[in-house]
Design a protein around this ligand. Structure first.
Ligand code: FES
Length: 327
């Protein structure tokens, strides 16, 4: 199990903090101990422990190893609706700051055997696609990167993309620009064909627009990949209510259909560490001793989920009438 909270943290120093667009800060992270950082693949993200105890996930946007494993780069949008994460990165993290991060994890992997890769970015969603574009360019693969933003000034990493060796494959679309340069999703997606893959990252409205258009054009779900940092929402009514037995304290708590395990336990005074509350960061990881878990997280790998020996109580539930937890 990886994660900042799981003891697998890596200390990094902010070697450079840059302005990558209006409201977007770029951070270059280098290891404090001078060692190489773990290799990553395009589309990977890291957990970052922020001042104030928050943990947030950010995509790595630099070229992936083996091209460059000496540092990580992340880009952070100052989000007015932030629950504190982006504000902390913008206001409390500076060049020289030391942060704890988790090892890279990839839930958005690139299929390098594709005959053509279409990368669609909404705003700050360009970050994992930057890493993918650099990799595809290195491979000499056929690809196109479309970057959508409200204005040219708000297009993250625009200068880097314009100066890149693959700038002829990059297309910018701005909401405030002439209609002719607005993205036409249907025309950009085109018809599906074997070997074509689409990668989409951005705000939920952008993701939904691509999903709807791709389905209308009969793209197979397996060919259209979405970045899902917002995590899997807990089911509104889940699989109904069930019981959780706390092995060490010998207590049994009923989990109503409308509450997460985490919230129901908290209501009984049983606190489990929590950060994202969306099944993404792994902070609430809890050992399961018996019972069958209904996993709804994006943190555990399929193999880890199948092992059925731990779960994320902020979003996952039970398939069996009772779960016995190591609490
Ligand atoms: Fe992040 Fe549960 S709190 S996975």
């Amino acid at each position: 199990m990886n994660g900042v909270s799981g003891g697998a943290g890596i200390a990094v120093r902010v070697a450079r903090k840059t302005v990558e667009a209006e409201g977007v800060a770029g951070f270059r992270l280098v290891p404090v101990d001078g060692e190489r950082l773990p290799a990553f693949t395009p589309g990977a993200h890291i957990d970052v422990a922020l001042p104030g105890g928050l943990v947030r996930q950010y995509s790595l946007c630099n070229a992936s190893a083996p091209d460059d494993a000496g540092h990580y780069e992340i880009g952070v949008l100052r989000d007015a609706a932030s629950r504190g994460g982006s504000r902390a990165m913008h206001d409390a993290v500076h060049e020289g700051s030391v942060l704890q991060i988790g090892p890279p994890r990839n839930l958005f992997a690139l299929d390098e055997s594709a005959t053509h890769s279409l990368l669609l970015a909404g705003g700050i969603g360009v970050t994992p696609l930057l890493s993918m574009a650099q990799r595809l360019a290195t491979l000499g693969a056929d690809f196109a990167l479309h970057c959508c933003s409200r204005s040219a000034a708000r297009a993250p990493y625009r200068r880097r993309l314009e100066d890149s060796t693959f700038t002829d494959k990059v297309f910018f679309h701005h909401d405030d620009g002439p209609p002719a340069q607005h993205i036409d999703l249907a025309a950009t997606l085109g018809r599906p064909a074997p070997g074509r893959h689409v990668y989409v990252c951005g705000p939920s409205g952008f993701l939904e627009a691509v999903r709807t258009t791709a389905r209308a054009l009969h793209w197979a779900d397996a060919q259209v990949h979405f970045e899902s940092f917002s995590g899997a929402a807990p089911p509104a009514d889940g699989q109904g209510s069930f019981e959780v037995e706390l092995h060490r304290s010998r207590r049994v708590v009923r989990i109503p259909a409308t509450m997460t395990v985490l919230d129901a336990l908290a209501a009984e005074g049983i606190e489990i560490p929590v950060s994202c509350a969306q099944g993404v960061c792994g902070t609430c990881l809890t050992r399961v001793l018996a019972g069958e878990v209904a996993h709804h997280d994006l943190y555990l790998t399929p193999a880890e989920q199948a092992a059925n020996d731990c779960f994320l109580p902020c979003c996952s539930r039970a398939r069996s009438p009772r779960l016995v937890l190591d609490l």
